[in-house]
Design a protein around this ligand. Structure first.
Ligand code: C2E
Ligand code: CA
Ligand code: CA
Ligand code: CA
Length: 279
C-alpha cells in the first residue's frame, strides 16, 4: 500500500509539473502574441428576429501563434485574466473592433452595433474608464453603437465597485449587456440596480429549445422580466430553425448563433452585411 501511495504521488507530481510547464510555455507565448501580431478578431452576426436583418456583431478574439495551430479562447482567456495580460489584449480588441466598425461605415455598409467582451480584470482596472474615453475620442466611434458585454460573474465579484464603473460607462454613452445571463448568481435585487441595456440569455437555456419545457419556461420568463425592466434581450447559441422560431414567438428581439452564422473574419462578415438578411 505504501508503494502504491508513493507511485501515485510520483504520478501526481509528474502530472502537476507537466501542467505547470505547459502553462508557463503558454504564458510566455501569450506575452509575445500582441507584439507579434498573432491576434485577429472574428465577428459573429447578431440578427434582429422581426426583420431577419443583421443588426450587430460580437467581436470574438482569435489567436494564431506564428507557425502553430490556432488556440481557442477557452484555452487562453483564463490565463490572460490571471496574469493581467487581458488588460492590454482587451484594449487591443476594443481598438480593433472600433476601427473595423469605422471602416465598414466608411465603405457605406449598413450601420450596426459592435459588441466587445470585457473581463473582470479589464472592468476593474483603475484606468479603464479613462482609456475607454480616450478610445472613443481617438476612433471617433458613436458610443451608442459600441456595446460592452460583461458577465454576471464579473459584476458579482465586486458588485458595488462594478455597478459604479458601469454607471460611468453609461455616462460615456456606451451600451451595456449582461453576458451569459442566468448562469451567474446575481439576485433580482442586484439586477434592478445594474445600469444595463440588454440581457444575453446563455446558450445553455437555448440548446434544448423548443422541446425542453423547463428551458422554454425559463426563456419565456427572462423575456418577460426583461420587458418589465425595460431591457432588450439577445438569445445566444441559436443553432436550429426550431429554436429561432421559438424565440421569434416568445421573445422576438435579437438572436445569435451558428444557425445564422459562425463568427467570421472581417471580410466575410462585411460581405454578409452587404448582402443583408441571413435567414
Ligand atoms: P461568449 O462571450 O459567451 O461568446 C460566445 C461563444 O459562443 C463564442 O465562443 C462563440 O463562437 C460561441 N458560439 C456562437 N454561436 C454558437 C452556437 O450556435 N453554438 C455554440 N455551441 N457556440 C456558439 P468563442 O469565440 O470560442 O469564445 C469563448 C469565450 O471566450 C467567449 O464567450 C468569451 O467569454 C471569451 N472571449 C472571446 N473573445 C474575447 C475577448 O475579446 N475578450 C474577452 N475578455 N473574452 C473573450
Ligand atoms: Ca459575449
Ligand atoms: Ca455569452
Ligand atoms: Ca460564455
Amino acid at each position: 500500500a505504501k508503494e502504491t501511495g508513493r507511485n501515485r504521488f510520483q504520478f501526481f507530481t509528474e502530472d502537476m509539473n507537466r501542467k505547470i510547464d505547459e502553462r508557463l510555455r503558454l504564458q510566455s507565448r501569450l506575452q509575445r502574441a500582441l507584439q507579434r501580431g498573432e491576434f485577429i478578431v472574428h465577428y459573429q452576426p447578431k440578427v434582429d428576429l422581426p426583420s431577419g436583418r443583421i443588426c450587430g456583431a460580437e467581436a470574438l478574439l482569435r489567436w494564431h501563434p506564428l507557425g502553430e495551430e490556432a488556440v481557442p479562447p477557452s484555452k487562453f482567456i483564463g490565463l490572460a485574466e490571471e496574469t493581467g495580460l487581458i488588460v492590454p489584449i482587451g484594449d487591443w480588441v476594443m481598438r480593433a473592433a472600433c476601427a473595423q466598425s469605422k471602416e465598414w461605415e466608411a465603405h457605406g455598409l449598413p450601420a450596426i452595433s459592435i459588441a466587445v467582451n470585457c473581463s473582470p480584470r479589464q472592468l476593474l482596472d483603475p484606468d479603464f474608464i479613462e482609456r475607454m474615453h480616450a478610445l472613443l475620442e481617438e476612433t471617433d466611434i458613436d458610443p451608442g453603437r459600441l456595446e460592452i458585454e460583461v458577465t454576471e460573474g464579473t459584476i458579482m465579484q465586486h458588485p458595488e465597485e462594478a455597478i459604479a464603473i458601469l454607471a460611468r460607462m453609461k455616462e460615456l454613452g456606451l451600451k451595456l449587456s449582461v453576458d451569459d445571463f442566468g448562469t451567474g448568481y446575481s439576485s433580482l435585487s442586484y439586477l434592478k440596480r445594474f445600469p444595463i441595456d440588454r440581457l444575453k440569455i446563455d446558450q445553455s437555456f437555448v440548446r434544448d429549445l423548443p422541446d425542453d419545457r423547463d428551458d422554454a419556461a425559463i426563456v419565456e420568463a427572462v423575456a418577460s422580466l426583461a420587458r418589465s425592466l425595460g431591457l432588450r434581450v439577445t438569445a445566444e447559441g441559436v443553432e436550429t430553425a426550431a429554436q429561432a422560431e421559438f424565440l421569434r414567438q416568445h421573445c422576438n428581439d435579437e438572436a445569435q448563433g451558428y444557425y445564422f452564422s459562425k463568427p467570421l473574419p472581417a471580410a466575410d462578415f462585411a460581405a454578409l452585411l452587404r448582402a443583408g438578411a441571413v435567414a
